[in-house]
Design a protein around this ligand. Structure first.
Ligand SMILES: C[S@@+](CC[C@H](N)C(=O)[O-])C[C@H]1O[C@@H](n2cnc3c(N)ncnc32)[C@H](O)[C@@H]1O
Length: 230
């Protein structure tokens, strides 16, 4: 496992990490599971993926751009609406721990990938001062750990072999606490409501955790694991 320090936006660190492990997506049919707005598809296409597709239960309404209509599809990562062997690569970018049944999502990945296909899973870890700030609004330590266990269990089935890992740090700069809180609440819905309540209740802890990083450059640890379908 290698440590790299990657600085940049949320999506470009996916591209940097894939390059750092020497992964080529050239000519691959690719599905990004839990794609959100689909922003990562641009980076994945630039890395050579052929017309990459995205799937997420909550897509932006209406899609931000015309290309998104054709490329993004609503759906659950634990029940992929694709035939066996449809893809050469899958990406789960910061999404596996959000899928309520991560083990089922990996099992679905095994089904829709061709033999030799790759599942590239990037997950935030419960470490670093970014996590130490976030946890007062939404502590994801348990679901992040469960996502890693699901990957370990998948490897134990013999259906996969792990071909690369990369543990790296990403700097997230924040000018002020309000900007960070607004970003956390922007998810909306029930999750946004729950986060809003905790942000109010724990304002003192949040202020302390923010002040602990005087230059506002928060560090978050990520783990990229690349699994190959046997
Ligand atoms: C932190 S966001 C990451 C989004 C995107 N990959 C990005 O980095 O911009 C997690 C995503 O997981 C999605 N998600 C939640 N449950 C899911 C499920 N059952 N199947 C697939 N994606 C899911 C959410 O809707 C959300 O878009």
């Amino acid at each position: 496992m290698t440590d790299h320090n990657c600085e940049s936006g949320q999506v470009t660190h996916l591209a940097r990490a894939l390059k750092a492990v020497g992964l080529s997506l050239g000519g691959r049919r690719l599905l990004d599971v839990g794609c959100g707005t689909g922003a990562a598809l641009v980076a994945l296409e630039a890395l050579g993926a052929v017309a990459p597709l995205g799937l997420d239960p909550r897509l932006p309404e209406p899609p931000a751009e015309a290309w998104a209509c054709a490329r993004l599809r609503p759906g659950d990562g634990a029940a992929l609406p694709y035939a066996p062997g449809s893809f050469d690569a899958l990406t789960f970018f910061l999404s596996l721990h959000h899928i309520p049944r991560p083990a089922q999502a990996i099992s679905e990945a095994a089904r829709v990938l061709r033999r030799g296909g790759l599942a590239c899973v990037t997950e935030p870890l419960a470490e670093g001062n970014m996590y130490n700030l976030e946890r007062w609004i939404d502590d994801e330590a348990k679901v992040r750990a469960e996502a890693q266990v699901a990957l370990d269990d998948a490897l134990a089935t013999g259906l996969w072999r792990q071909v690369a890992t990369l543990h790296y740090q990403q700097i997230e700069p924040y000018d002020d606490l309000a900007t960070f809180v607004d970003e956390m609440l922007a998810v909306g819905g029930d999750l946004g409501q729950a986060r809003s309540g905790r942000a109010k209740q724990r304002a003192h802890h949040l202020a302390e955790a923010f002040a602990a990083v005087p230059d506002g450059r928060f560090e978050q640890g990520y783990l990229l694991r690349v699994l190959q379908r046997c």
